[in-house]
Design a protein around this ligand. Structure first.
Ligand code: SAM
Ligand code: SF4
Length: 339
């Protein structure tokens, strides 16, 4: 097979911050040396907008996702959303959030122009949820409140009209795999899209080593046995394979990067909060330090040429990843990379 990219590379995931108010066991394990970027090294709003307008958009990027860490912790996030949403070339602007601060922010974000949101919800059980998100949540409230706050955030997003509302579930054996059917059932009466993500050896290789991961096929089999399952009418343009419980209002997505490599259809790049552009989630080769260059006064036309060259190399990078597969453990967490 030769290196090929099915889709144009037009999608940029922008991490707004590498810190988080949760400490999920699969992402930021306790005791991990997370080496946060210094705040002065975060790309400023102006720098992000300059890079979008002068570097990424002229190269054909038109779809953006704001992520982190927890993007809602980024000071001025609503203003930044508004500015990106109003760039004339922006065709799609989305966000991935843990939802903890969403109840109050859902409406301002919607008013600012955000239309698509993914919220992580790994459990419907407050205690399991607490185990997954770890100990470090500001506010010192009673345990079930944290799940409730996220749930209220989800309800608020639904009320203000985010559509499609997507819920991300990382399935971890022995922790939340017994909830697959309950989580899938959320799609029966609501037009929600529940996405099951295979646990990856990024961030917590010891938990991964102990528990391993459950492949999407096994999750689909469980759901099919309970309700039946059919291929979704709407094929997503991302990494998820879309299915539907017959008669359900919502859909189910399966992101199977461990069991079924989708590198050859990868159309995205990642920009970290401190300005590193990364062509592949699992591969650090080819990274470009845009912040340092920008602050050193490198002309934007040169940065555009460098990023354009990296875009040109991406089919080859995708091909190599496809050939090698997801191997070994990765030292950087999703929160650092901008998952
Ligand atoms: N804090 C936000 C959230 O949790 O939605 C956005 C950032 S988080 C890094 C983005 C996504 O990465 C989440 O859906 C999370 O579940 C996923 N993620 C983090 N670590 C992962 C891992 N080891 N394997 C699979 N998915 C992971
Ligand atoms: Fe924070 Fe999201 Fe990572 Fe959980 S997955 S620790 S919410 S960045």
């Amino acid at each position: 097979m030769s290196p090929q990219t099915a889709n144009p590379i037009d999608y940029l995931r922008i991490s707004l911050i590498d810190r988080c108010n949760f400490q999920c066991v699969y992402c930021m394990p306790e005791g991990a040396d997370l080496q946060y970027a210094l705040k002065e090294n975060w790309l400023s709003h102006d720098e992000i907008l300059q890079l979008l307008s002068e570097v990424f958009i002229p190269l054909g990027f038109t779809r953006f996702r704001l992520t982190g860490g927890e993007p809602l912790l980024r000071p001025g996030v609503v203003e930044l959303v508004e500015a990106i949403a109003h760039l004339p070339q922006t065709q799609d602007l989305a966000m991935t959030t843990n939802g903890f601060l969403l109840e109050k922010l859902a409406q301002p974000l919607y008013d600012a122009g955000l239309r698509r949101i993914n919220i992580s919800l790994d459990s419907l059980n407050a205690e399991t949820f607490q185990k997954i998100i770890g100990g470090r949540v500001s506010g010192g409230k009673a345990t079930p409140t944290r799940w409730q706050e996220v749930w209220q955030g989800i309800q608020a997003a639904h009320r203000v009209g985010f559509s499609p509302l997507k819920l991300n579930v990382v399935v971890i054996p022995g922790i939340n795999d017994d909830e697959v059917l309950d989580l899938a059932a959320l799609t029966l009466d609501q037009e929600w899209h529940v996405r099951f993500i295979e646990f990856m050896p990024i961030g917590n290789d010891s938990l991964f080593g102990q528990k391993g991961w459950i492949d999407s096929e096994a999750i689909r089999a469980q759901i099919a046995q309970r309700w039946g399952l059919e291929a979704g009418a709407v094929k997503g343009n991302g990494p998820a394979d879309v299915f539907q419980i017959p008669g359900a209002k919502g859909t189910l997505g399966f992101i199977s990067q461990m069991s079924e490599c989708f590198c050859d259809r990868c159309n995205r790049m990642r920009l970290s909060a401190d300005g590193l552009l990364r062509p592949c989630l699992l591969n650090e080769s080819g990274q470009i330090d845009l912040r340092t260059s920008l602050r050193a006064g490198v002309p934007l036309s040169d940065l555009r040429a460098q990023v354009g060259a990296l875009v040109g190399q991406k089919p080859d990078i995708n091909f190599k990843m496809r050939e090698s597969g997801v191997t070994g453990a990765y030292s950087r967490t999703m929160s650092q990379i901008g998952g």
